[in-house]
Design a protein around this ligand. Structure first.
Ligand SMILES: [Zn+2]
Length: 131
């Protein structure tokens, strides 16, 4: 490939959504399922090594390093969304509908899930599928 065709190929290559963006789309379903509005997006300031979840223009936490497999990424993004939303709204999110307790990200049979500590711990739903 010469320089020109290299440039053309790059210019016309469709931009693929990154794994982080896909993970955020999954977690965003849970955010909207609970009636939370407000812009959610990924921001990567500086040298691009770390990504934050921005909600309503603010962000919190240590940032996400985009490595590991998709379940690790999904767990990282879910925790980052949770941390940021709770910090900016001063409300617990998400909450177990049965026990009225805050849920935590966990892993069950290879799936990233929301877990509740009520009644000796149970899984509320896979991340992205909160009722
Ligand atoms: Zn529960």
């Amino acid at each position: 490939m010469d320089d020109l065709s290299d440039r053309i190929y790059t210019a016309f290559e469709p931009r693929m959504p990154s794994a982080l963006e896909q993970a955020l789309e999954v977690v965003e379903r849970d955010v909207r399922a609970r009636g939370i509005t407000g812009a959610l997006r990924l921001i990567t300031p500086g040298d691009g090594a770390l990504t934050w979840v921005e909600f309503q223009g603010g962000y919190h936490g240590a940032g996400i390093i985009a490595d590991g497999d998709i379940n690790d990424l999904l767990a990282d993004v879910a925790e980052a969304v949770q941390e940021t939303i709770m910090e900016l709204t001063w409300k617990v999110w998400p909450v177990c509908a049965t026990h009225d307790r805050g849920l935590h990200v966990g892993c069950e049979q290879g799936l990233t899930v929301w877990r509740c500590t009520g009644d000796g711990t149970h899984t509320a739903a896979p991340v992205g599928e909160l009722p």
